[in-house]
Design a protein around this ligand. Structure first.
Ligand SMILES: Nc1ncnc2c1ncn2[C@@H]1O[C@H](COP(=O)(O)OP(=O)(O)O)[C@@H](O)[C@H]1O
Ligand SMILES: Cc1ncsc1CCOP(=O)(O)O
Ligand SMILES: [Mg+2]
Length: 276
């Protein structure tokens, strides 16, 4: 293993250990499809999830969270004010918050909502390639995605991700066969994971929430925390796949593998490379 890989594996292990020790409270304003698997992903990694989205609760609750995850997957007009208010509280308190722009180009309403959220300066944006390409453009394109699923490879979105990072100020992550993470300058690729993860709904939502948990324990290094979270989730997918028979059992084994992940497994599986 080259020394760079050793350093990334050791960073990922350090952050996962911190997460397990600190068990940060992660507020999730997420879609109905994802609530269960997102909460279980966070719990198995060692974080403490809470799916709280009533606008009336935010002044009391959001200041207690170590990070916020906002996911527009089942967006309705009544949810958007809570997403924006929670993001604003986080900004005031310098609490990191992460945006998942599910199906960003599905409609003008959703695209505009994502743009409004982007203007509230998320710490990290994580989407699939089609979502990041859509967000980096000036307007939604009807053929830019197939709902929540990507029609592009992650490598097709490198330039869009860099542009989005530069214009939004966020670290931008594009998931796929190679997970790409950029701050607009550095570009890092995480090659962990298995293709079957795409066949489980809300694995993308889950890794976005895991990114929020990693950023919560390393606020000043959002890019490194994001790369580490993606690699850790991908390694859990690889280990889970050894026991899985299909998507349903992979869902279970991935969560078990994430819970049981140790330093030796990360040292031998983490596959991260600098792309520029
Ligand atoms: N072809 C692939 N090979 C390996 N891992 C993948 C592949 N496609 C997606 N993943 C992994 O699956 C998870 C969800 O990513 P993705 O399917 O791109 O998100 P979304 O569900 O938002 O479309 C990520 O952890 C990603 O690394
Ligand atoms: C299928 C679906 N429809 C609205 S939200 C959602 C879940 C999307 O999850 P992910 O982006 O992680 O695949
Ligand atoms: Mg998604």
């Amino acid at each position: 293993m080259d020394s760079n890989q050793t350093q990334w594996a050791s960073k990922a292990w350090h952050l996962l250990s911190l997460l397990r020790a600190q068990s940060p409270l992660i507020q999730c304003i997420t879609n109905f499809v994802s609530m269960d698997i997102v909460a279980n992903t966070l719990l198995s990694a060692g974080a403490s999830p809470a799916m709280i989205h009533a606008v009336q609760e935010l002044p009391d609750f959001t200041p207690r969270a170590a990070a916020l995850c906002v996911n527009v997957g089942t967006l309705t007009p009544s949810w958007l004010p809570a997403m924006k208010a929670a993001a604003q509280i986080c900004n005031t308190l310098r609490t990191p918050w992460v945006l998942d722009p599910v199906a960003a180009s599905a409609s003008s309403f959703r695209f505009e909502a994502c743009q409004e959220l982007l203007r509230l300066r998320p710490t990290v944006v994580r989407g699939n390639a089609s979502e990041i390409i859509a967000l980096a453009s000036a307007e939604p394109h009807a053929n830019a995605s197939k709902g929540a699923d990507s029609v592009h490879d992650s490598m097709d979105a490198v330039e869009a991700a860099k542009l989005l990072a530069q214009t939004s100020g966020a670290v931008v992550a594009v998931s796929g066969a190679t997970d790409i993470v950029t701050d607009g300058n550095r570009v890092v690729g995480a090659l962990n994971g298995v293709a079957m993860m795409q066949k489980i709904t809300a694995t993308g939502c889950s890794v976005t929430a895991l990114i929020a948990a990693f950023v919560a324990v390393d606020k000043s290094h959002a890019l490194d925390a994001t790369v580490s979270a993606l690699a850790v989730f991908g390694v859990a997918g690889e280990l889970g796949m050894k026991m899985a028979k299909g998507p349903a059992s992979l869902r279970m084994h991935l969560i078990d593998a994430l819970y049981g992940l140790d330093e030796a497994a990360l040292n031998s599986h983490v596959n991260i490379t600098s792309l520029c």
